[in-house]
Design a protein around this ligand. Structure first.
Ligand SMILES: CC(C)(COP(=O)(O)OP(=O)(O)OC[C@H]1O[C@@H](n2cnc3c(N)ncnc32)[C@H](O)[C@@H]1OP(=O)(O)O)[C@@H](O)C(=O)NCCC(=O)NCCS
Length: 147
């Protein structure tokens, strides 16, 4: 069964999310550790999913940028849980938070390999690929219509 996705509410939730991000981005994808964690972690909203053993197996982050749009990022699902819909559920929860905050659009820097994942969720590519942390990315945007 797919783990529930919920908002991170405690320091322990965030610590678990950061540990999963380290595993996925720093260990698996070779992103430099000092780029992976940044000051936006403090102000951002985080979502988390825990498996039955209590391990964090999914996370993502929303950062408010200006009055009307939010930036989604640091989307990570533990290897064994990928391609089961958990990433889509994390993304939907981040968008729900953005709507609650009155934001009208979401922007993200998608790794090229994950472009299809975001396109399925309604994101549209905006511009040409560029390098970020040694990985090719593309800007993608989505209008957040009220529900
Ligand atoms: C990207 C990620 C968060 C998606 O989470 P997920 O739980 O696998 O996503 P879902 O199960 O909801 O959707 C899976 C779909 O996304 C796409 N997708 C996700 N990762 C992909 C990859 N590495 N290569 C190609 N397609 C990918 C596919 O269309 C896939 O569908 P399929 O399994 O039917 O082919 C997860 O794969 C992950 O953590 N990857 C490593 C970290 C990363 O790259 N994060 C994104 C940074 S922009």
């Amino acid at each position: 069964m797919l783990p529930d996705v919920r908002r991170a509410t405690t320091a322990a939730d965030r610590t678990a999310a950061y540990a999963l991000r380290r595993e996925v981005f720093v260990v698996e994808q070779d992103v430099p550790e000092d780029l992976e964690r940044d000051e936006l972690d403090e102000s951002g909203d985080h979502v988390v999913a825990f498996d039955v053993t209590g391990a964090c197996v999914g996370t993502g982050r929303l950062v408010i940028e200006g009055a009307s749009h939010g930036r989604i990022g640091r989307m990570a699902v533990a290897g064994p849980w990928r391609s089961k819909g958990l990433g889509a559920a994390l993304l939907a929860e981040l968008e729900a938070i953005a709507r609650e905050r009155g934001l009208r659009s979401a922007l993200l820097h998608a790794q090229i390999h994950a472009e299809r994942f975001y396109r399925r969720a309604g994101y549209v590519r905006d511009g040409e690929p560029f390098d970020e942390a040694g990985i090719a990315h593309v800007v993608m945007r989505k209008a957040l219509t009220p529900r």
